[in-house]
Ligand binder design. Structure first.
Ligand SMILES: O=P(O)(O)OC[C@@H](O)[C@H]1O[C@@H](OP(=O)(O)O)[C@@H](O)[C@@H](O)[C@@H]1O
Ligand SMILES: [Mg+2]
Ligand SMILES: [Zn+2]
Length: 176
């Protein structure tokens, strides 16, 4: 199967250092929804793996998070696409869970859901922890320069990281 996994904040939607705490604060990045729909229409399975420590911090609730994700799903569907599994880590840094990126637990949940290996699967993120999670499961780390991506690019990223301007450029590459 053609599977691609996306980080959410900073890749699909604008990120904020104050967290994305409501549906109103959830604003898609230019071209991101069309990119997901283009991939989906071309037969790709598009999943999402996102840290959401704002839940543990009490900044928003699961119903609010789910409403953001319904907006995302509806917007992709309106473009003729389908968004697959959205898996998230609800924990905080001190919860010592196994799913908070850079740990690969979210990616492993995607692999389990689709019963497919992750070797070489593109995981597209804007933070170093996204790239590290990809490397941990032998997936392909892909950095986009939206969200925190430019800051991340200035750090030491995994040597095999692919770098693109944004999610639209990632879709262009995969669909070329
Ligand atoms: O990029 P993804 O994984 O989709 O989601 C990131 C968000 O959960 C938030 O993650 C926080 O990091 P801490 O969880 O506080 O370390 C901060 O980076 C926030 O700016 C950001 O909105
Ligand atoms: Mg991010
Ligand atoms: Zn977790």
């Amino acid at each position: 199967m053609q599977l691609i996994i996306l980080d959410r904040d900073g890749v699909i939607n604008y990120d904020s250092d104050d967290y994305i705490k409501s549906v109103d604060e959830w604003i898609a990045l230019p071209g991101a929804l069309d990119a997901i729909a283009r991939l989906s229409r071309a037969g790709w399975t598009v999943a999402v793996a996102t840290n959401q420590s704002g839940l543990a911090r009490g900044y928003y609730t699961v119903p609010v998070l789910e409403s953001m994700h319904q907006v995302l799903r509806d917007a992709v569907q309106q473009r003729g696409g389908h968004l697959g599994l959205i898996t998230y880590c609800p924990h905080g840094p001190d919860d010592h869970c196994s799913c908070r990126k850079p740990l690969p637990g979210l990616l492993e949940q995607v692999a389990q859901h689709y019963q497919t290996p992750l070797d070489g699967v593109w995981f597209v993120g804007d933070s170093l922890r996204d790239l590290q999670a990809a490397v941990a499961v032998n997936a392909q780390p892909v950095l986009v320069c939206t969200g925190k991506g430019e800051l991340t690019r200035a750090q030491a990223v995994p040597s095999n990281t692919l770098i693109f301007a944004d999610l639209s450029a990632v879709a262009d590459q995969l669909l070329s």
